[in-house]
Design a protein around this ligand. Sequence first.
Ligand SMILES: [Zn+2]
Length: 375
Amino acid sequence: MQFKKVIGQEKVKQQLAASVKQGRIPHAQMFFGPEGCGSLPLAVAYAQFISCTNPSEDDSCGTCASCHKYEKLAHPDLHFAFPVNTSKEVGKDPVSDDYISQWRGQLLANPYFRSNQWYNLIGIENKQGLISKNESELIIRKLSLKSFESDYKILILWLPENMNATSANMLLKLIEEPPEKTVFLLVSEDPNEVLLTISSRTQPVKLNQIDKPPMVKALTENYGQNTEQANHIARLANGNFISALELIEQSEENKFNFAKFTAIMRLCYQRNIPEINSWVEEMAGSGRENLKSFFVYSLRLIRENFIMNLKNNDLVYLSPAEEEFSKKFHPFINGRNIVSIYSEFNSASADIERNANAKIVLFDMALKIVKFIRG
Ligand SMILES: [Zn+2]
């Protein structure tokens, strides 16, 4: 990953690049900043810059043999350590190497993620992620070897706050007096939780929240948002790129659910059975998680329409598109049918939760709505 792939943080990038150019690479640094600021991708880009054989003033070249391996996170002198635990696949004494392919996959697909997203990915359920003493032993062994290809051996250790005293103590000497050309890059979500014996031996690299212009640029260039959407998301995300990604996901999901809800309501009103049938086919094929989200959304929209019907506009929370639809739709939701329609959606939702046949549940629901709407 080159510096230019890291969103914003220009000042810190310049400082890091300058320290390499001047041959003053501190042997242990700790990257940290507010959530979603990109400490982890920045540490990876910095490591690539250190190892690059043909860097420019401010970035790695992206094309030398070292960069090629770094772009796949598979350079033999780049080591990772991160919190893990046991899972269905990995039993006793888990270490980072047991999960290295998931780690590379996550980092290459999207290096902006929280620790709990990582734990979900590797399926350690409710257990805490740990950097164990076995991991520390492994780190010591790896870093005592001569470097394979690069001048530098680099260890990126994500979440040093998840080391207990035993595993931390094992690394103290190494962090304080590492072998020549060995660099420790610690990346923390919460530096106050890192044991003082560790943090006091590192130089801080503090990031700020991401500025709005680079965030808008990333959202338009890499995430398919138009300028207006990107500005809106960047404003809400407040410098946190993890939040920005979540907002995109939610808005895509809302758009889909809105389209599906309005479609089924129109078809029910028209008593268009063949089209209702194809709607059911498509929704049933969209999967249980999407159906659950559809029901949560639909129940909300029905409630809002009923409230609109009571002419109590203050309580209505709708997007412009939802409001437009609801203006025509809300007369059909009234005191006579609201309870029936609402409970029909509710019980369909519960049936889906219980793994009932989605096609039967949805078709049955649609037929009842036809009856309720047409009265
Ligand atoms: Zn290079």
